[in-house]
Design a protein around this ligand. Sequence first.
Ligand SMILES: *Cc1c(COP(=O)(O)O)cnc(C)c1O
Length: 325
Amino acid sequence: MPIVSCPPAPPSFTDVLRAARVIAPHLPPTPMWSYPVLDAHVGAEIHVKHENAQPTGAFKVRGGLNLLAHLPAGAEKAGVLTYSTGNHAQSIAYAARISGVPCTVVMPENPNPAKVAAVEALGAAVEIRGATMVETGAYARALAEERGDRLISPAGDPDLIAGVGTLYLEMFTRQPDLDAVFVPVGSGTGAAAACLVARAVAPRCRVIAVQSSLAPAAHDAWRSGEPAGRPVQTVAEGLATGSSFALPQQLMRGLDDFLLVHDDDLRAAQRLLLTKAHTLAELAGAAALAGLLAVGERFTGRKVAVVCTGANASPAELRRLLADD
Ligand SMILES: *Cc1c(COP(=O)(O)O)cnc(C)c1O
């Protein structure tokens, strides 16, 4: 994936307020609950924001709906085409179906079969191509050009970030006095949106990003201030991003910290959500809790939110989760 040297202007807080009006007819606010058993285990007051309860099983649908609602007039006649390991694909397919726009998704080889089935059930066409997301993205760009489809980048669009910002509007409306919010990072749209909204409405809330140490591109770019590409060795699909994206990185300068956790930590957090919070998360969806566990002593007695970003675990992941007793 080429590093975009001159990204579009970041969205504003007003864009997030506009996005809230766009998505309101389609998505009710997701719940945010605390679980006494989980709180006792960690020693903090934890609010789990349940994006696993979205109709697509992940938060990205907020961005997809907002992006497709802002396509320029006439553009809706062409198809949209995107590339993704799955949750971005479901988001765009869901929004395309609502807008009546044909949608094609290119996925890398060996995709999560549950995500392929979900995208196809939403009426989108799936093509499987490329051993890595870099190859998949290159193929998608060529295909979009050949067909005259509109290519939707997984992270480069301000409308995606503004749409995702609605998650944090809901969060701070429910709990205006959070001490910290933990956000999983792949490409960084979620963490960028959290920074944007927290800085506007909850300036003293710390925003802490969490990425897999087995795919640390966004983390390394944030630390160094330079674009980064890193190998992807994590099995957490939502976090399997091999390069940093300029637009979210710009907003992520507002982060208070950026943690790395190992895949084993993701598994432990996934198990805690299942056993202490009645919640099935995919591995990426457990990353925020894994981050909190990694620095737990800093937040003893504090009020923190963790975003459970998604629930779309693969059949293999589910087998492992249940077998690991
Ligand atoms: C995409 C995704 C993430 C990472 O979000 P970014 O906005 O790409 O940083 C985390 N969790 C899940 C479940 C995802 O699908």
